[in-house]
Design a protein. Structure first.
Length: 580
């Protein structure tokens, strides 16, 4: 499922992720707290707490909220349960979030929820004071200037808000984001000259274009009489981006609408940007922390501005990646057909429905989307992906064929469409058609490692075009030297060419990178056998059998193990290449 492009650059997102650890540690308890701390819990109380705790850890927020409610009904001052209940409610956007938050004056996220409610009610000084009380470290320190500035703007102190953000931008990794919000404050206040200068400064401080920034600036330019320039910005950004480009016609039609019309929307916009940044940086040891914090901020954005569809799409993507498909569908349910991003929402719903087991409904809805947007290939591509995932290769080919027909003249960006169709052709047993698509795709986009790997490996497996295969795979390795799958393919083609010593070295490197891949371990076993190292070959094949190979692969491995046992009982054999 797609992720909305966020404003924050990769480097800044990494900074946010590092500081997120401090932000997540600030509340008195986390979702993974060990116990209630109650030395003598009432009968059933600990059970309810533990069930809620486990449900929260599994992402089942509905069950978790129910059980924490049961704990709090009998022990309303249980600090651990209060904090965990709040975090579950904040993650799910539960209706009782604010009620629980008011009982946690020392939990920064709860303080933000209360401040958000004050801002939504127009109590700007109260909201500003609450935001100002947030910790002066971690992600909260990065957020305070923008939240405070929008409160000043809400109270009519627009110039002070702008100066505050300009000052903060001078020494912050989020300078582009701060200047964008200063520009939007000036825009909302009707300070055209200030907005013009600030949008330009924000652009200078932003390393790469993204949807939210372009929408803000394009809207301002369109309202300033530069409609063609504004449309050009959107086309340049989305014209060649798969899926996102489906939103282009409606976004262009509504280009004169401001991205932000009031301070509450400005705060929601900021939460969406921060939540998106944390989500897009969610890898490595702090992945779960960043995902949870991202989800809370996205829920805050939606809570303040229910029509902020970008935040809904990002939150639904997180849900889908975590297997919470019902919650993903519920997050997108409020989006109306008139929404400029309706096409993207319908694409997302199609994949969610498929994951929920409603594959026929998913395909039917995507076919209707294709009929509504006949100039775009994305719905047919997704249908093809779904059909291929379910083993319906012929149907997948048909869907990809329709996508190719809709595209007409194929360009460099269409390599992936041809790659997908090639895999469907191969699954359907039509390798000549697959090979034609792969060759065409490489002509359109010659430096795609995935294409080189697929074609080169298949040639090696077929024991044909080995010199071409090796050349392709050596180029692919130069492009992605840490890609274990490509290194495995290169080792396999070296083995097929009889370059045994080099094949062994290359495949040993691949196994180090992908130690639990049955195919890679199997390939190394073949290379060891060819080098006369039968004991090591036997070990690799025995180990590969423990890595869940397919039924066919497992049968081949057992046959190889049996043949090696027989040969071992007879006599040693020197290095040789066999036709496997």
């Amino acid at each position: 499922m797609r992720k909305i492009t966020c404003l924050v650059s990769a480097a800044v997102a990494a900074t946010l992720l590092t500081w997120a650890a401090l932000a997540c540690a600030a509340p008195a308890a986390s979702i993974r707290a060990a116990s209630t701390g109650d030395q003598n819990p009432a009968p059933g109380l600990l059970t309810a707490y533990l069930v809620g705790h486990v449900a929260a850890g599994m992402g089942d927020y509905t069950t978790a909220a129910r059980d924490f409610d049961a704990v709090l009904a009998r022990d309303p001052k249980n600090t651990h349960a209060l904090n965990e209940a709040f975090e579950v409610l904040a993650l799910s956007g539960g209706k009782d979030t604010l009620r629980v938050a008011r009982q946690l004056p020392h939990n920064p996220l709860a303080v933000m929820e209360v401040a958000n409610a004050d801002a939504a009610a127009g109590r700007w000084d109260q909201a500003g004071a609450a935001y100002a009380s947030l910790p002066e470290q971690g992600a909260f320190a990065l957020m305070r200037p923008v939240l405070g500035a929008w409160c000043d703007a809400g109270a009519g102190r627009n110039l002070a808000a702008i100066h505050e953000l300009q000052s903060a931008a001078a020494a912050s990794p989020l300078s582009g984001l701060y200047l964008l919000h200063a520009a939007m404050i000036a825009d909302v206040a009707g300070r055209v000259e200030d907005a013009t200068a600030l949008y330009r400064q924000a652009q200078d401080q932003t390393s790469q274009a993204n949807l939210r920034f372009v929408l803000a600036q394009a809207s301002f330019l369109a309202r300033s009489g530069q409609l063609n320039t504004a449309r050009g910005m959107l086309t340049d950004l989305l014209g060649n981006v798969p899926q996102d480009r489906m939103a282009l016609p409606r976004l262009e039609a509504g280009i004169t609408a401001p991205l932000v019309s009031n301070p509450v929307q400005g705060i929601a916009e900021f939460y969406q940007a921060i939540g998106g940044a944390l989500d897009n940086s969610s890898n490595g040891p702090m992945s779960q922390q960043s995902v949870e914090l991202s989800r809370v901020f996205l829920q805050m954005a939606v809570g303040l501005r229910p029509d902020l569809t970008e935040a809904r799409l990002a939150a639904a993507a997180e849900d889908q990646q975590s297997g919470r498909f019902d919650q993903a569908l519920a997050m997108l349910a409020p989006v109306q057909p008139s929404d400029p991003l309706d096409a993207l929402v319908r694409l997302a719903r199609g994949t969610i429905l498929d994951n929920l087991g409603e594959t026929d409904q998913a395909v039917a809805s995507l076919k209707q989307l294709a009929a509504d947007y006949p100039q775009y290939v994305e719905p047919d591509e997704v249908i093809g992906d779904i059909d291929r995932a379910h083993g319906r290769s012929a149907d997948a080919v048909t869907a990809y064929d329709l996508a190719v027909q809709r595209r007409g003249n194929l360009g460099a960006q269409d390599w992936l469409l041809l790659f997908d169709r090639a895999m469907a052709f191969q699954d359907a047993g039509n390798w000549p058609a697959a090979e034609t698509d792969l060759r065409t795709a490489l002509k359109l986009s010659p430096n795609q490692p995935d294409l080189m790997n697929f074609l080169g490996y298949t040639w090696a497996d077929q024991d044909r075009n080995l010199s071409q295969a090796r050349d392709l795979l050596e180029r692919a390795v130069k492009l992605e030297p840490q890609n274990g799958a490509i290194i495995d393919s290169l080792g396999w083609v070296k083995f097929r060419q009889g370059d045994v010593a080099d094949a062994v070295a290359t495949l040993e490197t691949a196994v180090q990178m992908l130690p639990e891949d049955p195919d890679v371990n199997t390939h190394l076993g073949y290379a060891y056998e060819a080098a006369g190292r039968r004991l090591e070959a036997r070990y690799q094949w025995q180990y590969a059998l423990t890595l869940n190979p397919t039924t066919q692969e497992a049968a081949q491995l057992r046959a190889k193990l049996a043949s090696v046992e027989i040969l071992s009982a007879a006599k040693p054999v020197g290095p040789e290449i066999k036709n496997y």
